[in-house]
Design a protein around this ligand. Sequence first.
Ligand SMILES: C[S@@+](CC[C@H](N)C(=O)[O-])C[C@H]1O[C@@H](n2cnc3c(N)ncnc32)[C@H](O)[C@@H]1O
Length: 379
Amino acid sequence: MENFFATCPRGLEAALASELTALAAQHVKAVDGGVQFAGPFELCYSVNLESRLASRVLWKIARAPYRNEQDIYEITRALPWCGWFGPERSIRVNVAAIKSPLKSLDFATLRIKDAVCDVFRAATGRRPDVDTHNPDVRIHAFLTATDFTLYLDTSGDALFKRGYRTVTGDAPLRENLAAGILRLSGWQPEQALLDPMCGSGTFLTEAAMIACNIAPGANRSFGFEKFKRFDAGAWNTLRERAHARINKSIKTNIYGSDRFGDVLELARTNLVALGLEDKVSLKQANVLEMPPPAASGILVTNPPYGVRMDEQQSLAEFYPKLGDALKQKYSGWTAYILSADMRLPKLIRLTASKRTPLFNGALDCRLFEYKVVAGSMRK
Ligand SMILES: C[S@@+](CC[C@H](N)C(=O)[O-])C[C@H]1O[C@@H](n2cnc3c(N)ncnc32)[C@H](O)[C@@H]1O
């Protein structure tokens, strides 16, 4: 049995915990920023392949009390690095800390790297190179006031990089946050789904992948492939099973629109990369004028948010009109609006039935739920 930690966008921890439980993870426990879980080593193959919400899957290799950088060096030096990967692999060390007494995390990072290299040099005469851009093996350390935990990263590139996005729009959402919001909305593939300000179409692409049962990691490689214990046979079996499950003949009701044709082209390009262009109807339209594509469904969107004064002003005029458009045309729909603009809930003049704090990268956002019922929700 191995211990793992899956990181995720803050606010999605409970949703990730239930996703991991469904993937047969054991001892699942949500904490700030991620979820602890346990299982056989091969569990990290399926979680990397199947989790739509996780950002990274880290394999815990040590935890010990520490007081200073020398303790960190010695704890790291005592670990069996040569059993985990070879000296020909390049490495990168990341250190994160909460309430650590250490003065310099950079120095702690250096001591961990030194310890790993010293182990390899003593055992093989050769040491791994450091590559901060594209390392084969990522080592993550986490320091609290008293404890030092080390992880090997089984994901490699962050999991929101699904491998389908060749182009991005202005302010694209991370794929795993979009998938998490779809999960929080309770959307089921039989229901209509609309993003009327879809930009590069992240919600739509994630929804089409869910509907067609495409594993998010089906088209990319992972960090665990660089480990000595990597079992290529077991991994290929999992991947082949995932490919066999794909069902592109399913009928979908997924709609996207945007005011600008050029961003819709980005959305189309991403869908084409997955062969899913016929699963989503895209249309150039202004959300304020557009009739709903179905009598009821789930609307999910992240409207533009402005930083400059003139943008702020035009958004202050836009939000009440958006509220009016929803109220007048979308009764029967439930709308989920993700925004970092804390003026939105007041200006949209609708009563939110739920508000969920979420982070889009470092941006503090809220997901507002509006159940649109004719005539009954004017603030
Ligand atoms: C923050 S971006 C959405 C990003 C998107 N979620 C993605 O993943 O790429 C907001 C989008 O709203 C669109 N937009 C702004 N005003 C609009 C309007 N009145 N009607 C339709 N789309 C609009 C913009 O063109 C922009 O693409």
